[in-house]
Design a protein. Structure first.
Ligand SMILES: Nc1ncnc2c1ncn2[C@@H]1O[C@H](COP(=O)(O)OP(=O)(O)O)[C@@H](O)[C@H]1O
Ligand SMILES: [Mg+2]
Lengths: 238, 82, 742, 82
């Protein structure tokens, strides 16, 4: 089982994702350099698009990164059903690349926000959330200036119908309230997936809360889910 | 040399957090009559292309691909000789 | 040149001009004069402060690099070391708060990776006027987002710092940024242009007309479009710097680098002459090879430009291609602009023509330096003349406590640090909001604790004591997290040093700091001086900011300030005296900023700290918090609020005023909690260090209550002087800044 | 009702990291002839003020105080009736 962490110029959570996969989960992981033209990413089982400020987030977050050479490969990989996890800036790249619906805007209060937040698992049947239960509340950090998710009403309804809303900001007890919404996202959306469920984008940072010493291990659930899914896929193939 | 002025604006119906904040700042600074503020981008591109038509085509492509996000933004541009 | 006295416009005195002529044996030309002008400025030469800075203790068994390089370095074991430095960006931030603060952060980060260290943390120490004015709120908001945007984009967590508000900073905000890096012993790189014939390369951003020395305004060299040539504000490009950081660290691993130096103040001029001077060599460079951002730049402008995000790299001859390849990988340009020479000269060519030729050493180190006249300021008599008996003791202490909790100086700084990414790199074990930030060191069991501290009001009222307290408090903050203090980096912010009174403040602060550093065994390994923080004759409070790093042997033993368990015993280490002079209480409740600041007994301070650290290392301490602004009551409230637990406190009525008991700021005090069965162990440690430890009460319930016990005729009577719900205190303390700003 | 279009641009000589990034992105996407890109802001303000002159004065004040940063930015605006 092999993970790839895509590195764009300006990525800065690449090392954190790498560290979690390698040293916390003890799985194989490689950096994938943005200039690589990847015709075949078959060696990977899961690609992570990390957080940070690809190309400085100049113009729009994710807008320039999506034209990086490596993104062609990522798009093909996703279309073939490969698991793609976009975290924070990685989520923004997936939106700009059209792998996920919608767009990101500036946080409602216009400020960068960094703190622990709570999200509710709305769909626990995905490869990314198998180890969670429906309605489970995760304590997980956010750190972004542009996390105000927008999508038009029609698409939103379709997404709901398809169970594409994966995480929503909530309070400690799981209530989805306006107060718990840190950035103004429509419907408190914190994470979504594509129709097939193999591409997940989320603003909160699971890689920042996968070890006890950092104050929460809820982020590990996401990675554990991926591993479990991949393992079972291997099992099934046998 | 051509000078291209590109205006990128938020689509109707898309909330504008920056515009809203600026409007309320203006109001609280005592400016009266400010009914609405929408904030977009203004870009100036120096283009070394002969022929406006070709340029216009190229600029349209730039906008569609990179300069504007079609999910939330519209764009418009003007080309002048300099 | 003679008749126009051009040197004066460049900030040089007649005497200095004479000295330059002596050095050169001729008159300097325009470019040369400009280079001397900036290099001999206070900012670059430290000509005024140097003699005083010598008083700092700078040596210690664990010091690997003291002052004199881009950053200081201390050993933390496991072949690892910590590089750190703090620097001011006060003046640029006053003009353009966002860019001023952002480029300040950019500059200090470069100082760290110039040493070969990977930057792992940022801190900042800030001072503004009172938040009542719109201008101050604008500055505050701009500075915070400038710091946030730069650090966040770089992916370096901003883990700590401090913010104070006082009228004295209204026109002159202080913006000091600190960066900390980690490095292996054998990877330390220095800013030396060694090896005759080695190529000198310029890498990173293109050079524009940013921040060119103001003196160029009135010069004759300005041509046609002089309107356009106004020196512009430096704009930061954190994305460029991130690439530069990664490329430089990758490059340094190849062993192709001989020396490297960032381009900060005085840009190409300072980096070239300093690297040559350190190595005892010369440098010849050709400005026509420098990649430019704007057309028609003169050699003068190129040499003095302060465009950000650039580095000067001296590489081993023959390895230029390797270097170029690495920068290309990161989409950066690296061009060879010159070479190291053996004649000690900084020679500036423009194509074939020599534009300037001066001894490098004379630029870097040659500024004539004189101690200044020093005189005790007269204001001191008035300011410390405070008859406490004329100040009425309030009757409603609940109200007083709430009011102090809502003072912007005391209130939670969440509004500030929630704009900073303080978690990226996943090392932040103690987040902002406790006494010190703590980072784990991956691959070891260790951690480091970081803090910045300075109470400018104390320094104003008594520079010596204030300086010493700044050091003591920084160390205490580290100790409260379970760290042993290791070393200091300092940023000395003062008014105009040509005034004897300011110079006196400066000397006394440094003396007080030096004494404390000696006793607490925390040598000064790097620092920065910022003078002329004054407007219309009014100087800021003397503000010698202390940045400190401490080592935590076992990251599992990290302690924070928040109360942890119902039923824990609360103990106060140290002693409360009747000291309300210079306190936040006097300012907030009585509108008085006068009196003598609290006394500091450094020997006692040291024992209290050792005692606390030993108890923490013993594993019996559940929380530790130092008592500072707002005194005992505020410290207790903070422990309650951050822990979400109440406390029942019983205080013996002592021979001191009740307001002093609650809100006085006596030094060398720490609030500890522990499980009651460990009290015996604590007492043993306490007696070993001959420190007082008073049981204050217990962690309990959801309110903070303080009862005063009076013993009269063998009768113990109890009087409740504080009774507040933790929630109520929290609302005010947490919400205050947000309420003012949003 | 008046519609005010405000253009805020970086002063000449001031570094424009955004513009630089977009330019090099356009270049690497294969768009030829892109010599320079500068990025500024474009704002649309709906103003309920009678009289253009008065409006112009107000807008100037808004720009000086809030909409543009005089240290590094220039601005320009147009007022139309809607
Ligand atoms: N207050 C101080 N205490 C100790 N060292 C200082 C102090 N001020 C400056 N230094 C040292 O003097 C040298 C020059 O400082 P500075 O000019 O600020 O560095 P830079 O060239 O990186 O801007 C540095 O090594 C710095 O650590
Ligand atoms: Mg330096």
């Amino acid at each position: 089982m092999k993970f790839g962490v895509v590195v764009f110029p300006g990525s800065n959570c690449d090392v954190d994702c790498y560290n979690v996969v390698k040293n916390v989960l003890n799985k194989d992981v490689n950096y994938v350099w943005h200039k690589e033209r990847l015709n075949d990413l078959d060696e990977y089982d899961c690609l992570i698009l990390p957080g940070g400020f690809s190309y400085g987030d100049y113009l729009r977050p994710g807008a320039i990164a999506r034209f990086a050479n490596a993104m062609q490969g990522v798009i093909e990989f996703a279309n073939k059903g490969g698991l793609v996890l976009g975290i924070c800036n990685g989520f923004q790249v997936l939106l700009e690349a059209g792998l996920l619906p919608g767009a990101m805007q500036r946080n409602k209060n216009l400020k960068f926000r960094c703190h622990y937040s709570f999200i509710r698992v709305e769909n626990s049947k995905l490869p990314f959330t198998l180890e969670c239960s429906e309605g489970q509340v995760l304590k997980i950090p956010i750190a972004h200036g542009d996390g105000n998710y927008f999508v038009d009403e029609e698409t939103l309804q379709q997404m709901k119908a398809n169970d594409q809303i994966v995480f929503r900001y909530c309070d400690e007890d799981g209530n989805v309230t306006e107060q718990a919404n840190p950035n103004g996202s429509i419907d408190n959306i914190a994470g979504i997936c594509n129709k097939k469920g193999n591409v997940l984008g989320m603003m909160p940072h699971p890689e920042r809360c996968a070890e006890d010493v950092l104050g929460s291990t809820h982020g590990k659930l996401i990675f554990d889910s991926i591993i479990k899914y991949l393992e079972s896929r291997v099992e099934n193939a046998r | 040399m051509l000078l291209v002025k590109v205006y990128v604006t938020l689509k109707k119906g898309v909330l504008d957090p920056k515009g809203t904040a600026v409007k309320s700042s203006l109001n609280s600074m005592g400016f009266e009559g400010v009914e609405d503020v929408r904030i977009g981008k203004y870009m100036e591109i120096k283009l070394n292309i002969d022929g406006r038509e070709e340029a216009a085509e190229k600029v349209k492509e730039m906008c569609d691909k990179l300069l504007a996000n079609p999910v939330i933004e519209d764009y418009d541009f003007e080309i002048t000789e300099v | 040149m003679q008749d126009k006295k051009l040197w004066r416009q460049m900030g040089l005195t007649d005497k200095e001009y004479e000295r330059i002529k002596e050095i050169l044996g001729r008159e300097p030309n325009y470019v040369e004069l400009g280079m001397y002008g900036v290099m001999w400025s206070e900012h670059c030469s430290y000509k005024t402060s140097k003699p005083v800075l010598k008083r700092f203790p700078v040596k210690g068994p664990h010091v690997l690099q003291g002052p004199g390089e881009n950053a200081g370095i201390v050993d933390i074991g496991n072949n690892l070391a910590v590089a750190m430095k703090i620097e001011s960006h006060n003046h640029p931030s006053a003009i353009e708060p966002y860019q001023g603060a952002a480029t300040g952060v950019g500059g200090i980060i470069r100082d760290i990776f110039t040493m070969g260290a990977r930057p792992i943390a940022l801190l900042n120490s800030l001072r503004f006027g009172e938040l009542e004015t719109e201008r101050t709120r604008y500055l505050f908001e701009g500075v915070i987002s400038g710091i946030a945007d730069y650090g966040n984009c770089m992916g370096i967590p901003t883990v700590g710092g401090e913010v104070y508000f006082s009228d004295s900073y209204a026109e002159n905000p202080l913006v000091n940024a600190m960066c900390v890096g980690i490095i292996k012993h054998d990877e330390i790189t220095r800013g030396k242009a060694a090896g005759i014939g080695n190529p000198v390369m310029l890498v990173g951003a293109r050079t524009g007309r940013d921040g060119i020395h103001g003196a160029s305004f009135a010069s004759e060299e300005l041509s046609e479009d002089s309107e356009e040539r106004r020196p512009s504000v430096q704009v930061g490009d954190p994305f460029m710097e991130k690439l530069l950081l990664e490329a430089c660290l990758e490059l340094m691993k190849t062993g192709a680098v001989v020396g490297i130096q960032d381009l900060g103040a005085a840009g190409l001029t300072s980096s070239s002459c300093e690297t040559a001077s350190r190595a005892g060599t010369g440098i010849e460079l050709d400005v026509s090879l420098v990649p430019l951002r704007e057309e028609g730049m003169t050699p003068y402008e190129i040499m003095l430009s302060e465009s950000q995000e650039r580095m000067l790299v001296i590489v081993k001859k023959g390895r230029e291609e390797e270097v170029r390849k690495i920068f290309e990988k990161w989409d950066l340009t690296a061009v060879t602009i010159g070479r190291v020479t053996d004649d000690g000269m900084l020679r500036v060519l423009n194509g074939g023509r020599v534009e300037a030729e001066v001894p490098a050493d004379s630029l870097a180190e040659g500024a004539p330096s004189f101690p200044k006249e020093s005189r005790r300021p007269e204001y001191l008599d008035e300011a410390t003349d405070l008859d406490v008996s004329c100040i009425a003791v309030p009757t409603d202490f609940n109200k007083v406590l709430l009011e102090i909790l809502g003072s912007p100086n005391v209130a939670s700084k969440e509004w500030v640090y929630n704009q900073y990414d303080y978690m990226v790199r996943t090392d932040t074990v103690v987040q902002p909001g406790s006494d010190a930030a703590v980072l784990r060191i991956k691959g070891t069991k260790k951690g480091i604790a970081l803090t910045t501290d300075c109470n400018g009001r104390y320094c104003y009222l008594n520079p010596y004591t204030g300086g010493a307290i700044a050091v003591a408090e920084a160390a205490r903050n580290l100790v409260c997290s379970g760290a042993k203090p290791l070393a200091v980096t300092d940023c000395l912010n003062f008014g105009n040093p040509e005034k004897p009174e300011i110079y006196w403040q400066f000397e006394n602060c440094v003396d007080g700091m030096s004494k404390a550093c000696k006793i607490l065994e925390t040598p000064v390994i790097s620092g920065n001086v910022s003078f002329y923080n004054e407007t219309k004759g009014r100087a800021v409070y003397p503000t010698p900011v202390v940045g400190m790093v401490g080592l935590i042997k076992d990251i599992e033993k990290v302690t924070t300030q928040s109360f942890k368990n119902e039923g824990d015993m609360i103990v106060l280490l140290g002693e409360t005296r009747e000291e309300i002079g210079g306190s936040e209480y006097l300012k907030v409740i009585h509108g008085i900023e006068k009196g003598n600041p609290p006394e500091l007994n450094l020997e006692l301070e040291k024992r209290v700290q050792q005692c606390c650290l030993e108890a923490i290392n013993f594993g019996i301490i559940n929380s530790a918090h130092d008592v500072s602004e707002g005194g005992l009551a505020v410290a207790l409230a903070e422990c309650c609020i951050t822990g979400g637990l109440g406390a029942k406190i019983e205080l013996e009525k002592k021979e001191i005023r009740e307001d002093a008991l609650l809100f006085g700021e006596s030094q060398s005090r720490i609030i500890l909690t522990l499980s009651p069965e460990n009290h015996k162990l604590l007492e043993e440690i306490v007696s070993k260090y001959d420190v007082k430890a008073e049981v204050l009460g217990w962690v309990s319930g959801d309110s903070l209550t303080i009862d005063l016990i009076e013993n009269q005729n063998n009768n113990r009577s109890y009087r409740k002087i504080i009774n507040l719900k933790v929630r109520e205190m929290e609302k005010i303390w947490r919400g205050k800044l947000e309420c003012i700003m949003d």
